[in-house]
Design a binder for this molecule. Sequence first.
Ligand code: PGA
Length: 223
Amino acid sequence: MDKKIIVANWKSNKTASEALQFLKEFKEGLGAVEFSSIEIIILPQFLSIPYCFKFIQENNLPISLGVQTVSSFVDGPYTGEVSARFVKEFCSYVLLNHSERKKYAKETDEDLKNKFARAVEIGLTPLVCVQDEGSFFPESAKYVVFEPPSAISTFGTGKAQTREEVESAIATIKGKSDAKVLYGGSVSPEDIGEYLKIENLSGFLVGAASLESSSFLALLKKC
Ligand code: PGA
């Protein structure tokens, strides 16, 4: 059976020292538990990433790292940009097309195409968010995250999708692609069990419930 992929989207939260504090608590809480059926991916803000990378390596934690976005450009004269090549030193994954990037940074399908191309050419794996089952995503995407904005805990109504709604969206996405499909939107230790019953669901994108090590560990232990 494929491993379930659990992605912690820390958004614009946690300084580098707060991120390290989380990882220390996570390590203590983990104890002897082995998550052999889960792949854990954490997406910290850019500045914490090298610190998290070092801590994870030194402590042999079962965590991969990713970024929450990446530049549309390669490295060069693009002031303020963080290119895929810089990210690749520390991370395996990149989240693209998140609703908050679309709303606050006005990202478009064109940006998604460019960022996707920059990520793939450097060897990062994109996790592509779609806002509904009909939204555009690159044909070669291996991971698609179904996350309607209304379901995000801090956005819209914050009302999680029902199991049936997620099932129906997965069927539509799977009808046009071989991508693995994840669900995101107000996933919590309390409701994750219901979604785990969905046969074709490959994992979750978790925001608020990933910010405290205790609730994130509680969620992982349900998987
Ligand atoms: P949420 O965030 O789990 O707090 O709803 C998910 C996300 O926006 O990635």
